[in-house]
Design a protein around this ligand. Structure first.
Ligand code: RIB
Length: 324
């Protein structure tokens, strides 16, 4: 196990200089800093935990921020990220932000203090401005933060058009949409995909779009209201699977048979969708692959700070089940 003395000897400096480089305190010229860091890498020297965590983000810790830990989509995403980060010897930390910007920035600052090596963030409200003091690399997952930050998303708008066209192919003629939160970009793209397909229909008006906020209870109440007021609706595209299961619940409470009277399709591909009755047809996101890709991009950026911004967009896939 290399010691601070071995590092000093190899870099031809004093142990006090090595300590200054590790703790980033006191003046050290760039050439010396470079020699010391090379010696640390070459000797695979790791100071004790406290010193290490002060050595500019060498905490070997990666944090994932999710907006709603009660939504099954996010634990499935977290599973992939934990597998990849652990495989690369990083500690994985999961933070639930409740989509609250203050909670999000508090977590960011606290983990920055603990020298987190990098962040994978799912957020509909965070902007580049909130991140200007964060030195560690960031990857935006599922929702884009800015064009200057790497991201992993899916083809939300095209996938939504496919969902509506699939319902049409089954004979649905009046198709409604349960939308996600209006401040979340992927919910907006999914609604736009729905509107691309129906806004020119003679039956269409804004009453065919209701907000479910990506939440079960909100979506269930909205679906009851929608189906009660528009009994001719024969197809519903829900912006995520949790809302899709809420539509099934609402239909059952109104004695509407699925799929005989009403075809229902969701979006996400969470495993819960295959366990409800009837099982939920969905536009499945490659959840595990998305999480794994975000983790691989972040680790690349940690290891090569000059790594250029990367934007990966996966394709969703139709999974037909009993709800259609
Ligand atoms: O179900 C949760 C939703 O929030 C998913 O559609 C996912 O895309 C995330 O944005």
């Amino acid at each position: 196990m290399a010691t601070i003395r071995d590092v000093a000897q190899l870099a031809k400096v004093s142990t006090a200089t090595v300590s200054r480089v590790i703790n980033s305190n006191g003046y050290v010229n760039e050439g010396t800093i470079k020699r010391v860091k090379e010696a640390i890498e070459q000797l695979n020297y790791f100071p004790n935990d406290v010193a290490r965590s002060l050595f500019k983000g060498r905490s070997k810790m990666i944090a994932l921020f999710v907006p709603d830990i009660t939504n099954p989509f996010f634990p499935e995403l977290a599973r992939a990220i934990e597998d990849v980060t652990n495989r690369h010897d990083y500690t994985f930390v999961l933070c639930n932000t409740d989509s609250d910007i203050h909670k999000t920035t508090n977590y960011l600052n606290a983990l920055q203090q603990k020298s987190a090596d990098g962040f994978i963030i799912v957020s509909g409200s965070l902007t580049e401005d909130h991140l200007k003091n964060i030195q560690a690399p960031i990857v935006a997952l599922d929702r884009i933060i800015s064009t200057d930050i790497s991201s992993v998303t899916v083809n939300n708008r095209i996938g939504s058009r496919q969902a509506v066209n699939y319902l049409r192919s089954l004979g649905c003629r009046r198709i409604a949409h349960i939308a996600g939160p209006e401040h979340v970009d992927n919910a907006i793209y999914r609604m736009r995909g729905y509107l691309d397909e129906v806004k020119h229909e003679d039956w269409f008006d804004s009453s065919y779009v209701v907000s479910g906020a990506y939440h079960f209870e909100t979506a269930r109440e909205a679906a009851v209201h929608l189906l009660t007021n528009n009994p001719r609706i024969d197809g519903i595209f829900a912006g995520n699977d949790l809302m899709g299961t809420a539509v099934l619940n609402a239909a059952a409470s109104l004695d509407i048979k699925v799929p005989e009277d009403l075809a229902v399709i969701g979006f996400d591909g969470i495993s819960m969708g295959e366990r409800v009755t009837p099982a939920l047809t969905t536009m499945a996101q490659p959840i595990y692959d998305m999480g794994a890709e975000a983790a691989e991009i972040l680790i690349k950026q940690i290891r090569t700070p000059s790594q250029k911004v990367m934007r990966e967009a996966f394709k969703v896939k139709l999974i037909e089940r009993q709800s259609t």
